[in-house]
Write a protein that binds this ligand. Sequence first.
Ligand code: 5GP
Ligand code: ZN
Length: 114
Amino acid sequence: MSGDCLFCRIVAGELPATVVHETDRVLAFRDIAPQAPVHVVVVPKAHHADVSALAAADEHLAGELLAAAADVARLEHLDHGYRLVVNTGTDGGQTVFHVHVHLLGGRGLTWPPG
Ligand code: 5GP
Ligand code: ZN
């Protein structure tokens, strides 16, 4: 746990969140500023700053993160499809430096992103 990390504090239960799915190593909760009818953030409980750090430290956990995101998509009945996004670094638009997968769905999503 990183004491000043927002998502570590949510994982620790110090900050409230609407949790939709949990495994022993992954937590999924609704984004506070949803960009689609379904917008869930899926995080490893362990702190890793971004996807590069996660992949270097624990490849299996990176796979668990993707599998959990797919499980949430099923739980949220996103039968017509969805999008997974991992914003990384400044150019990637990352604002919280605890790696997370955005699950977006419930409407048609355009491409390319901004
Ligand atoms: P990023 O910009 O790093 O890819 O994504 C960070 C996400 O965290 C944003 O979509 C933002 O809305 C969300 N977020 C920021 N603060 C909170 C919070 O306190 N609670 C929840 N549930 N989501 C948050
Ligand atoms: Zn963290």
